[in-house]
Design a binder for this molecule. Structure first.
Ligand code: HEC
Ligand code: HEC
Ligand code: HEC
Ligand code: HEC
Ligand code: HEC
Ligand code: HEC
Length: 412
């Protein structure tokens, strides 16, 4: 038993050491992983016979290791000296941003930008993550922040699956592979019907700590290499549908527009928005074309529900080589992840770009305390600001680039 457990961990470490990326090392394979990767039958550290002191600490045994590697999503605090950003650039984002407190002068007064506002404060004692002290519950909802863990959002046992009937189920058909990269349910040579997992093992039709995810899981396809700098080319996740409903499970009032004034989401965009998105290049330049207008910093859903045809179509666009930069279709919807990341980001309120200050690029540089533009750096080094934008080459923006709300609204 012990040997098995060690082999799983040692294997993960060994692969990390080699810096391997891609889907080379399977652990969950879209469903429940090797039991002893998370559980310890005799002498466990945490409740439910877990390997770590608590749920998220267990996940972070693998997902929180040093170095950039495909499935790493939390840079250890020891790797982030002052001015040094987290290393992972996944679509969901690196929880390490939660450890980045910034204190700086703004209009002459001392201002704090606490790390805990940069994302979801998962509780993981072994990795030093603690509860958010400002949000006792999910803003706009009732979910208790003391219970926030990796498995509040992901099913630790990965039971959700898409079947050959193109329906969602918790038990119909063995899961043969991940549902995140465009694989389809299939019939094995023996005639057995095989299912795939769901996107990122996300919860659906489950109740966890008092909230119920009512819908089927979000539909999206990620490229198989997804943790990378976007200096040269973008990492395009092709989002289909369902993400806003998913987030809305815990943030009901952020989701509903009944009686409260909220930014629209989950609604089909107007022709004006499509026109803006597809011609916007940067502040002061609206000469783009719909064939090359996609921007991974401002994604949208394509309005595609689960079907094998739609998944195949999304897979075609889930690229990392800029071969598929086609812009917004008329069926697109604005979603929570158009403006937010799912885990954490370099900016307050977990937004994909800075919404504090008028310029996100000034005098051709990402603002930094270590360059000429220290005024709008908000305490960050230039390297940290750049990492917030996944190191996208600054020349893709105007020398005086304003908020990326303009990708859809063109008010600049
Ligand atoms: C990716 C990590 C992970 C893997 C792999 C895993 N578990 Fe778990 N398991 C958990 C976590 C986390 C909990 C605690 C859930 C909670 O308290 O909300 C848990 C709880 C349990 C429980 C008690 C609660 C319940 O859901 O019934 C059982 C039984 C269980 N696991 C069995 C298994 C078996 C059998 C396997 C292998 C087929 C397995 N687990 C694989 C993470 C994992
Ligand atoms: C023993 C190491 C290990 C542990 C412990 C572990 N994971 Fe993973 N996880 C991996 C590896 C390796 C991958 C990439 C390969 C794969 O998806 O099977 C991965 C992938 C994932 C993915 C993406 C899967 C997909 O199909 O897109 C999610 C989500 C995830 N893990 C969540 C969790 C959660 C939540 C826990 C804790 C309950 C956890 N993991 C515990 C090693 C681990
Ligand atoms: C608030 C919900 C939420 C929490 C909490 C959460 N995740 Fe995720 N996670 C998501 C969503 C949504 C995605 C897909 C993001 C995307 O594709 O834009 C994701 C993506 C991932 C991925 C794929 C890589 C990436 O970042 O896109 C891994 C691995 C993963 N999560 C592991 C974890 C682990 C481990 C934890 C706990 C330390 C965790 N997640 C906590 C919602 C969550
Ligand atoms: C399982 C419940 C749950 C789900 C699902 C969930 N959240 Fe949260 N969220 C919380 C809790 C609890 C907090 C408050 C604790 C915190 O801020 O760390 C929170 C805080 C936030 C914040 C404020 C962060 C800050 O500190 O200012 C944002 C923004 C956010 N969530 C967006 C999202 C988005 C986008 C999604 C979908 C990808 C999502 N949430 C899904 C529970 C959830
Ligand atoms: C058009 C962009 C955009 C969309 C779409 C969007 N948000 Fe936000 N959200 C923001 C910005 C910007 C802030 C921070 C400034 C503010 O609160 O006005 C924010 C703040 C938040 C906060 C923190 C509020 C607080 O009181 O601390 C939560 C939680 C949140 N959003 C959740 C969501 C969820 C869930 C969705 C989808 C249902 C969503 N947002 C959709 C841009 C957006
Ligand atoms: C992915 C595209 C997208 C992004 C990014 C976006 N919006 Fe919007 N916004 C929309 C859509 C769609 C509408 C609904 C009107 C329409 O379709 O023309 C809208 C409407 C609005 C409205 C009018 C709301 C009303 O009730 O009349 C305001 C104000 C607004 N957005 C502000 C913002 C701000 C500020 C940001 C950045 C934090 C932002 N938007 C980012 C797509 C977007």
């Amino acid at each position: 038993m012990k040997l098995v457990k060690l082999s799983a961990i040692v294997m993960a470490v060994a692969l990390l050491g080699l810096g391997l990326v891609g889907t080379s090392y399977a652990f969950h394979s879209g469903g429940v992983a090797e039991c002893t990767g998370c559980h310890e039958m005799h002498g466990a550290k945490g409740a439910s016979l877990l390997q770590g002191s608590d749920i998220s600490s267990t996940c972070l045994l693998c997902h929180g290791r040093s170095g950039q590697s495909n499935y790493h999503i939390s840079t250890p605090v020891a790797d982030m000296a002052t001015g040094v950003p987290p290393v992972n650039m996944t679509p969901g984002g690196d929880f390490g941003w939660l450890r980045k407190d910034y204190i700086f002068l703004s209009h002459g007064s001392l201002t704090t930008d606490l790390g805990q506002t940069h994302g979801h404060n998962i509780i993981a004692a072994d990795a030093g993550y603690t509860v958010d002290t400002d949000n006792p519950t999910a803003p706009g909802g009732t979910f208790n922040s003391n219970n926030l863990a990796c498995n509040s959002c992901h099913d630790n046992h990965g039971k959700g699956r898409w079947t050959t009937a193109q329906t969602y189920s918790k038990n119909s058909g063995a899961i043969y592979t991940s549902g995140s990269y465009g694989a389809l349910p299939t019939t094995f040579s023996t005639g057995e019907l095989l299912s795939t997992g769901v996107y990122r093992l996300l919860r659906a039709q489950d109740t966890v700590d008092g909230v119920t995810f009512p819908n089927t899981p979000p539909v999206a396809v990620a490229p198989s290499t997804y943790n990378r700098s976007e200096y040269y080319t973008q990492t395009r996740v092709a989002y289909g549908s369902g993400m806003s409903d998913y987030c809305g499970t815990c943030h009901a009032d952020m989701h509903s527009t009944a009686g409260i004034l909220r930014h629209p989401q989950g609604v089909t965009v107007s022709g004006t928005i499509v026109g803006n998105y597809n011609s916007y290049v940067m502040s002061g330049n609206m000469n783009g074309s719909s064939a090359t207008s996609y921007l991974s910093l401002v994604p949208y859903e394509e309005g595609l529900a689960y079907s094998t045809a739609n998944v195949t179509s999304l897979k075609g666009r889930a690229q990392i080589n800029d071969s598929q930069l086609t812009g917004m279709p008329a069926t697109a919807t604005v979603m929570c992840l158009s403006c937010h990341r799912a885990h954490a980001s370099g900016f307050p309120e977990m937004t994909r770009w800075s919404n504090e200050g008028e310029f996100i690029v000034q005098a051709g540089l990402y603002p930094g305390t270590d360059n000429a533009d220290s005024n709008s750096a908000n305490g960050r080094s230039q390297a940290e600001t750049a990492a917030g934008y996944y190191n996208k080459n600054v020349t893709n923006f105007s020398a005086y680039q304003r908020s990326l709300c303009n990708k859809c609204h063109a008010k600049d």
